[in-house]
Structures are given as C-alpha cells and as structure tokens.
Design a protein around this ligand. Structure first.
Ligand SMILES: Cc1cc2nc3c(=O)[nH]c(=O)nc-3n(C[C@H](O)[C@H](O)[C@H](O)COP(=O)(O)OP(=O)(O)OC[C@H]3O[C@@H](n4cnc5c(N)ncnc54)[C@H](O)[C@@H]3O)c2cc1C
Length: 281
C-alpha cells in the first residue's frame, strides 16, 4: 500500500492477463508495477456469516477449492470462473483483477453481483467495504481510490428454510461455445418455496456499461407464484432494463433478444424444478 500510494504512475499487477495486454497495446503505460501475487491474499475463508475470497485467488483455485470443500452457495461463482478464458488464463487470472479491470463482460463479476458480494479494500489510512454493485462505475472504472488495494471479496450466506429449492444458472453467450468474451451473460439464483419465488437475484453482463442487476425483473418475481405467463412477462421486462450497444462481437438488437432468451431459460428451469417437485435442494 505504501508503494502504491507513494510511487508516481504505479499500477498493481496480479495475474497480468488484462494489464500486460493493455500495456502491449499502449492503452496503459504505468511507470512502475507492484506485483501483489505473493501477498497471501488467496483462498476462501468463512467470515462473518459468509465467505471471504482473497483477491489474488485465481480462477483455477476458485474452482478447485469450491469443488473440494467449498460451500454450494459459491457454485455459481465456480461456474463463472470455469467459463473465463482457457486453462492458461484461468491459472493466472485473479478474481481481484477481474473486478478491478471492470469490464462489463467480466464473468466472475456477474456471478458475484448475483451473490450480493461486497469488496474489501485496504488503503494508506483505512480499510473499507463497499457493495460490489456500487464499486462498479463504468467500463474500466471502479470506485477504487489512489493507493488502495482490493484485499478480498465477501459473499454473504443466505438463510433459507428446509424444503426451499434453489435454481442457479450461469449462462454465457459468445460467438463460439468456449474461449470467448461474452456477447451477453446471466448469473441467476432463484429460491423457490412450493410454486412461489421467495427471492431472485439476476445479474447481466455485456448489456450495459457495467455488469448490472436486473432489479425490475427481480421485483416482479419476489414473493409471487411462478407461472408460464410470469416467465413471459419477466423476459419482456429484462429487455427494457438493459442498454446494450453495437460492437465487434454483436449488435445491440441481437443482445436484447439474447437477454430475453437467457432470462426465459433460467425461469423455465425454475418452472421445471417446481413441476418435478424438488429436483434440487
Ligand atoms: C486470452 C484472454 C482471454 C480472456 N477471457 C476472459 C473471459 O472469458 N472472461 C473475462 O471475464 N475475462 C477474460 N479475460 C480478461 C482477464 O483474464 C480477467 O479480467 C482476469 O480476471 C484479470 O485478472 P488478472 O489477475 O490477470 O488482472 P491484472 O491484469 O493483473 O490486473 C487487471 C487490473 O486490475 C488491477 N488489479 C488487479 N488486482 C488488483 C487488486 N487486488 N487491487 C487493486 N487493483 C487490482 C490492475 O492494476 C489492473 O488495472 C481474458 C484475457 C485474455 C488475455
């Protein structure tokens, strides 16, 4: 932190999978780099009724730790980590780098938003926590202050009653089925009691300046019976919540269709779970 706050034009380097590419392309030219990869910020720990994930945890470590003894509540995050780049990238890319690079297409950011994550920052004079949703300010822009370092990201444990069922989906649509940045993505977690939605969190990627929560969709679902009619209505609402642009990967119009399709697919999965009478717990 002292190096970051006292050195002019400094940037911190984690896995380097964004920063090195940006430096090579001339989009960033820091005068000095501080390598934070050996600071001991890696791993997943139980903390304050949730889980703290160290900023330098790589995508590979995330998947391995969650698969071996991690909580099922983090499986959405593991799924997203497994869709980020190829194995070589997953071995280097960190969760902190994915958050601080602030791409609207960032895979783990989308999942963490759906999980109501909070970022934990350490600076020259204090530590602070900020809701991830408030930390993301625009493409490549976060609320990190000069001299601050992202130390960890905290995910709260959600209480639920016995018999409640959870439907989770991470959907990533790209130009190919793998090894691509998302044209659009959805991380969704819906808790169902009987045929009613107890809670739903849906985060969308690549369809707005930052990864975003589909709040109007969530509100429509909260506490209500899930029916085929409701699925159609929420799909339509999703279109009106996003502001996708045309870019190299796809047109804004195509992205609107994709958003509606992804949301409908997730809710159809929820309907199937209701009809099957509890495939998942
Ligand atoms: C071939 C390729 C494929 C890719 N595919 C995908 C993909 O499918 N999905 C996707 O989301 N991303 C993808 N990426 C982007 C990249 O791999 C991820 O964003 C990755 O998580 C970045 O992490 P990193 O540790 O490499 O970050 P770095 O490159 O080291 O850093 C990125 C930025 O964050 C800052 N930073 C890093 N850690 C911290 C910290 N702890 N505190 C404060 N600031 C910090 C750095 O200063 C820099 O500005 C891809 C990249 C490549 C090269």
């Amino acid at each position: 932190v002292s190096l970051l706050s006292e050195t002019e034009g400094v940037a911190c380097l984690a896995g380097g999978t964004d920063l090195m590419v940006q430096m090579r392309d001339g989009r960033r030219s820091p005068k000095a780099l501080v390598d934070i990869s050996a600071l001991g910020f890696a791993g997943i720990q139980k903390e304050n009724g949730g889980w703290s994930i160290g900023a330098t945890t790589t995508m590979t470590e995330l998947q391995q730790r969650i698969a071996s003894n991690g909580p099922s509540e983090l499986s959405l995050l593991s799924e997203a980590a497994g869709r980020l780049g190829a194995h070589q990238i997953q071995n280097r890319a960190t969760v902190g780098g994915n958050i601080c690079n602030a791409s609207p297409a960032a895979d783990t950011v989308c999942a963490l938003l759906a999980l109501d994550a909070e970022v934990r920052l350490v600076g020259p004079s204090k530590k602070r926590g900020v809701a991830l949703a408030d930390f993301l300010e625009g493409p490549g822009k976060t609320g990190i202050l000069p001299g601050e370092l992202l130390e960890s990201v905290w995910v709260p444990k959600k209480e639920r009653k016995a018999g409640d069922r959870v439907c989770e989906d991470y959907v990533k649509i790209g130009g190919r089925t793998s090894l691509v940045c998302a044209i659009a993505s959805l991380a969704a977690r819906t808790v169902i009691r009987g045929s009613r939605v107890i809670s739903c969190s849906m985060a969308l990627g690549s369809v707005a300046p930052t990864c975003m929560r589909a709040k109007a969709c969530e509100e429509l679902l909260q506490g209500n019976e899930l029916t085929a009619e409701m699925v159609g209505k929420v799909g339509e609402t999703a279109r009106s919540e996003v502001s996708p642009i045309d870019d190299l990967r796809a047109s804004g119009a195509y992205r609107l269709d994709v958003v509606q399709a992804m949301v409908t697919e997730h809710l159809s999965h929820c309907l199937d779970t209701i009809e099957e009478g509890g495939a998942q717990s």
